[in-house]
Structure formats: structure tokens, C-alpha cells
Write a protein that binds this ligand. Structure first.
Ligand code: AQP
Length: 325
């Protein structure tokens, strides 16, 4: 089986953008690939955060992933900092990564613009650590949202540079994108993002989902009810792609273009469909939240397995680079 790797930061509650762009695919891919999934806490400290809250947020993210359907019988789940090889390989990759490539990354530009007073080397280096995360397991596929495609292109560039200089050690990883690869915040402005706080949490109750959705910006063409809309330009319709069966999506798209359905009713359908998917996930989450030792056991087993793979791959990279043994 080919190997898949992906990660999510414990920088807040997982949201519908995370679910639609990445997590739904994580669950689906478990049956087709050997999947390794990671709560990437080293990444989460590249932005301002509360150290006292990090352990709780890390455990909570792992709990959410298991509730969403990550099955420890099929996939490996672990916490990044439990496998310190990630940072060592990142250092090796730093030495083949051009500084200019890092400076032109959109995420670095966006996040540093939001926090001008505290731009760290860690934030700049984020994509190099991400390349190391993937390559420690020689993963060939990475299910991500569209925001991570540029980072993945850089991972491939890092791999090419490493392999050209030191021999063919690593494969070039490819992204796997979902149909809803970029969900905007409900204000329709920026990407839905934990650090912006414009999110609809994945574990929100039916009421909270409706409270959020009803304020959500739709296609700008529909000023009045009788104006035809354009679903391809509507963030609400993008969310439908994850939660609404395809036939119903087509029906809604036609009705929107003919102005025979209003945005309010279209959102009502979406709210019901989100709740249908999320209600069992919420239930599993609450059940697992009461058994943190179960989640800890899964993470410990995952880390032990990953340390043994990571140790071998890191040794190969070190040998290729000529380090003294
Ligand atoms: N809005 C989004 N639409 C589609 N996919 C998304 N992803 C994130 N936001 C959206 C995908 O979710 C996965 C995990 O993301 P992450 O937590 O590692 O970091 P991120 O991409 O930076 O997500 P956030 O919510 O914006 O976190 P913060 O604000 O803490 O940086 C990734 O595959 C991502 O593509």
C-alpha cells in the first residue's frame, strides 16, 4: 500500500473548513492507503499561543479526529512532538531550502501581516518542517486543503534539491484535494481559519450551526430574492459539496440560478445536512472525552510506531549527507 501523511494543528477547535478540506478525505483514505495522521503541535507554536492550554488542545484535537472517524485499527495517529526526528530532519532540509522560496509563501505573508510585531523564524520555517513531517515517512500522498498546495510544491522542490545533492532518498509527495478545497469564513472574506476566528466549529450543536450559517455571506449576485444566483461563486454552496448528496446539490444549483429558492431555504437544507453528518461525530466526541486514557493509548501506540519508521529514514538521510557515525 502507498503511504499517506497529513497533519492538523492543535491551534483551536477543528472547523468545517478543516473537515471539508482535509478530514473527510483522511477518513476515506484509510481504506485505500497506509495512513499516518499527526497532531502537529510543533507547527502550532509558530504563532502566539498559551503554553498552559497546549496539552489540553492537543488531546482535544486527537479526540476530535478519532470522533470524526480516524480508526486506529486502520491508520496511525500520533502527536508530532512525541517524535523528535521531525525537527532533526527539518534542520537537514533547512540546509537545502532557498530562503527566497520561504519568503514568498502566501501563508507566511498572511500570518506575518496579521502579527507584524512577532514574526518568528519558526513561522518562516513552517513549510520546511512540513516537508520533514511528510518525508520522515516517505509518504507519497498528502490530503490537504488548497491553502497547503503551495507548501506541498515547496516540499517537492526540497526533495528534488536533496535528492540531486545527496542521492535518491525521498519520493516527491502529491496533494489529494477534496471537492470543497477552500471554505471561506462566514463573512465570505478570508479562508475559514482557527487563528482568524471566523470559523464554524466542526463540533458545533445544530443550533450553533444554524446561528452561524444564517449570517453567512452568499453569492453577491443575489441582492433581492428574485435575482438569479451563481452557486459556483457562493461559499454556502461550496460547503454543500461536502454535506449534501450530489443529486440534491444539482437541484439546489438549478433552483438558485432560476431564483426559485432563496438563500435562507438553501441554508436550511445545508444546516440539516451538516447536522446529520456531525451529530454522530459529536456523540462519539463526548463519549471519548470521558475516556482520555483511551485517546492517550492510541497516541502512544502511534508515536512508538512512527519513531521506529522515522529513526530509519532519518538515519538514511544522515548517511546520505555524510554525517560521522
Ligand atoms: N478554510 C479551509 N478550507 C479548506 N481546507 C482547510 N484547511 C484549513 N482551513 C481550510 C485544511 O485543514 C487541514 C488542517 O489545517 P491546519 O490546522 O494544519 O492549519 P491551517 O491550514 O493553517 O488551518 P487553520 O484553521 O487556518 O489553522 P491556523 O489558523 O491555526 O493556522 C489542512 O490540510 C488545511 O489545508
Amino acid at each position: 500500500m502507498k503511504r499517506v501523511f497529513s497533519g492538523i494543528q492543535p491551534s483551536g477547535e477543528a472547523h468545517l473548513g478543516n473537515y471539508a478540506g482535509a478530514l473527510k478525505n483522511w477518513v476515506r483514505l484509510q481504506d485505500e492507503y497506509e495512513c499516518i495522521y499527526c497532531v502537529v503541535d510543533y507547527h502550532a507554536v509558530t504563532q502566539p499561543y498559551e503554553s498552559a492550554e497546549l496539552p489540553g488542545k492537543t488531546l482535544d484535537m486527537a479526540t476530535s479526529l478519532l470522533a470524526a472517524g480516524i480508526d486506529p485499527e486502520k491508520a496511525t495517529l500520533f502527536v508530532q512532538s512525541a517524535v523528535p526526528e521531525h525537527t532533526e530532519l527539518a534542520w537537514l532540509f533547512n540546509c537545502v531550502t532557498p530562503l527566497g522560496e520561504l519568503e514568498r509563501m502566501t501563508q507566511f505573508k498572511d500570518k506575518s501581516a496579521r502579527n507584524r510585531k512577532n514574526i518568528t523564524a519558526g513561522l518562516l520555517d513552517y513549510p520546511v518542517l512540513q516537508a520533514a513531517d511528510i518525508m520522515l515517512y516517505k509518504a507519497e500522498y498528502v490530503p490537504v486543503g488548497e491553502d497547503q498546495v503551495q507548501h506541498l510544491e515547496l516540499s517537492r522542490e526540497i526533495v528534488r534539491r536533496f535528492n540531486t545533492r545527496y542521492g535518491d532518498v525521498f519520493p516527491e509527495p502529491q496533494p489529494i484535494l477534496s471537492t470543497a478545497k477552500r471554505i471561506l469564513g462566514l463573512d465570505g472574506q478570508a479562508k475559514m481559519s482557527k487563528s482568524i476566528g471566523n470559523t464554524l466549529p466542526m463540533l458545533a450543536t445544530a443550533e450553533e450551526i444554524w446561528d452561524g450559517l444564517k449570517t453567512g455571506v452568499t453569492c453577491s449576485k443575489r441582492v433581492r430574492l428574485k435575482d438569479p444566483g451563481e452557486p459556483d461563486e457562493c461559499n454556502i454552496f461550496t460547503i454543500h459539496k461536502t454535506f449534501t448528496p450530489e443529486e440534491k446539490q444539482m437541484e439546489l444549483a438549478t433552483a438558485c440560478r432560476e431564483a426559485s429558492i432563496g438563500c435562507f431555504d438553501c441554508k436550511k437544507v445545508l444546516a440539516a445536512n451538516i447536522d446529520e453528518t456531525m451529530a454522530p461525530i459529536r456523540e462519539r466526541y463526548l463519549e471519548l472525552k470521558g475516556k482520555p486514557e483511551v485517546v492517550r493509548e492510541v497516541l502512544a501506540a502511534g508515536a512508538a510506531r512512527c519513531r521506529s519508521i522515522a529513526g530509519e529514514v532519518l538515519a538514511e538521510a544522515r548517511a546520505a549527507m555524510g554525517f560521522f557515525k
